[in-house]
Design a binder for this molecule. Structure first.
Ligand code: ZN
Length: 235
């Protein structure tokens, strides 16, 4: 309720879009009707869609080829596009000059992107494999040349479920691709991921993919993400 008040009283609401704010759809729609300005981040990037042969086949429409992936924040270069668009929007709406802060942030994001690119490039290509809790790392994979082998929940949504047959397929793909680590995303299906890791000999590694570290900013978040991945796959 407090959130709804905050949204309705806001001068500008920034949302991710593409269904990420599932639980808030109604509140956001009502705010829009009331005339609250909304900025939808995913409208300002090159959208990633689920590609052929990606992950494991599942009946989930969220994992069908062509489904639009909302996890844009795992690619710092996409965030750059959003910063430019958002700075433009705020400048126009509130008549403030944000060009200096925009340029500074764009520069920092470009250097973060270069940093992760060089770190991940040090991994042998065969080790650039991702198995995650759900299919949340597509933008990262696309940017830095990783293969999306599969996910414990074969869907873009963490709310979906996996069947025994899907888990068996995933296990096979983990073995075929000699995947060194399974990244269990905090809170979801950690026990299933742990069991898969045991059965395949892969390490089970917690990975924070959807929330900023305590006291940390986006830069700390991406650095931690990159480091967990390169550490676990480089072993
Ligand atoms: Zn997600």
């Amino acid at each position: 309720l407090k959130d709804i008040e905050t949204i309705n009283g806001a001068s500008l609401v920034v949302e991710n879009g593409l269904g990420l704010e599932e639980g808030m759809q109604k509140a956001l729609g009502e705010a829009r009707e009331k005339g609250v300005k909304l900025f939808t981040a995913s409208e300002h990037i090159k959208l990633r869609k689920v590609g052929n042969g990606e992950g494991i086949p599942s009946g989930d429409p969220d994992q069908a080829v062509g489904a639009e992936d909302p996890h844009l924040w795992t690619d710092p270069s996409a965030m750059k596009d959003i910063v430019v668009a958002l700075a433009g929007e705020i400048s126009a709406d509130f008549k403030v000059d944000l060009s200096k802060r925009r340029d500074d942030l764009v520069k920092r994001l470009a250097s973060l992107d270069a940093e992760i690119a060089s770190e991940t490039a040090a991994l042998p290509p065969a080790r650039r494999t991702l198995v995650t809790g759900h299919e949340s790392m597509g933008y990262f994979a696309q940017r830095y040349g990783f293969k999306l082998v599969g996910a414990v929940v074969p869907s873009l949504s963490s709310q979906a479920e996996s069947s025994a047959a899907e888990l068996a397929t995933l296990k096979e793909k983990i073995l075929d691709n000699k995947v060194p680590a399974i990244f269990t995303e905090l809170s979801e299906n950690a026990s299933v991921a742990d069991a898969l890791a045991k059965e395949t000999g892969a390490a089970s590694v917690p990975l924070s993919t959807h929330s900023l570290p305590k006291g940390g900013d986006y830069f700390a978040f991406i650095r931690a993400l990159g480091k967990s991945i390169t550490d676990a796959l480089g072993k």
